[in-house]
Design a protein. Structure first.
Length: 311
């Protein structure tokens, strides 16, 4: 049995401007902005929510397959995923498009200017959740809007339980659409900001949302996360980190932990801690797929972080 991970596949180009944007953007000239930043430091990372989740799930020893649309420039990313032994039969190439890509310029005060080109991602609805393919669980991570809607309906029609993970795409959906996702999903995972927006748009409080799914998981960065399930509220501590190098991607890594715990049938205390530890490990390295560990190292770190053994 495997997990079907629906979501974006993207290249992330991160450039570091070693000065301050505010010294170059003049407030009284903001209506005719024309700035250029020299960025001596640049990294190009493999990213996108589906790729990030699948990568971390693979490190944990879980079985997951990505369902996504990619562009004509995807080859280096494909080779990377193959090197990690990921099966790629549900990746569809859209030859006329680029793979989704984010261009991120940060300054030394951690301000960011981002541009995101969705490219092939906006064709995600051309893929459909396959029937009879041994899929026991799904996740709908940020992806093309139409694809997210259709994949939720397809998972439900096939009676495959799935996690709804709207992420930064949550604002694309109105109240009725979000209520439909809540109705179809088995689990919902959001960060605290997205959780607030979900409450505002659906008019449903966390407790009410939690009552219509198996669990609502709300993450709060370095202060941990809360799992609302069965009328209970389970607090999951954040795991200690050696250094915070790059917080991007911790949400995706956390979701890989959720999928792994759910597939193994662990209780929520354990599942939440696996997710939390993965999130912590990811913030220690630059990029969203550059952390490494063996399963023994993960067990060791789990014991160190939480004072208990992984089952
Ligand atoms: N600095 C940190 N130290 C320890 N754990 C962290 C830290 N930042 C994040 N985590 C873990 O990762 C989880 C998810 O983080 P967060 O709530 O920031 O997600 P997010 O906002 O969706 O992130 P992103 O979308 O940028 O990946 C947290 O609940 C926590 O368990
Ligand atoms: Mg997130």
């Amino acid at each position: 049995m495997s997990a079907l991970i629906c979501g974006s596949m993207a290249f992330d180009t991160v450039m570091v401007f070693p000065s301050r944007f505010r010294d170059h953007i003049l407030a009284d000239k903001i209506h005719m902005l024309n700035v250029s930043f020299v960025v001596p430091e640049m990294r190009r990372n493999f990213g996108g929510c589906a790729g990030n989740i699948a990568y971390s799930l693979k490190l944990l020893g879980g079985e997951g397959e990505i369902m996504a649309t990619v562009g004509h420039d995807f080859e280096p990313y494909r080779l990377w995923l193959e090197q990690w032994g990921l099966k790629l039969r549900y990746l569809r190439e859209i030859a006329s498009e680029y793979t989704a890509q984010a261009y991120i310029v940060t300054d030394r005060e951690h301000n960011q200017i981002n541009a995101f080109h969705p490219g092939a991602m906006n064709h995600s609805h051309l893929n459909s959740v396959p029937a009879g393919a041994g899929i026991s669980i799904g996740i709908i991570a940020p992806d093309g809007r139409e694809g997210m809607l259709q994949h939720a309906a397809q998972f439900a029609a096939l009676a495959i339980p799935f996690i709804f993970d709207p992420g930064h795409n949550l604002p694309l959906f109105g109240g009725p659409e979000l209520k439909e996702f809540v109705r179809l999903a088995s689990w919902i995972a959001v960060n605290d900001y997205e959780g607030q927006l979900l409450e505002d748009r659906t008019g449903m409080k966390h407790e009410e949302i939690a009552n219509s799914v198996k669990a609502l998981i709300v993450t709060r960065g370095s202060t941990g996360s809360t799992i609302f399930t069965g009328g209970q509220r389970i607090e999951i501590p954040a795991a200690p980190v050696a250094v915070v190098n790059d917080p991007t991607g911790c949400g995706d890594a956390y979701r890989a932990g959720l999928i792994h715990g759910l597939m193994r049938g662990y209780d929520w205390h354990t599942t939440g801690r696996i997710a939390s530890l993965l999130g912590a490990i990811t913030v220690e390295s630059h990029g969203t797929q550059s952390h490494r560990f063996t399963q023994d190292q993960f067990r060791h770190r789990y014991r160190q972080a939480f004072g208990a053994d992984l089952p």
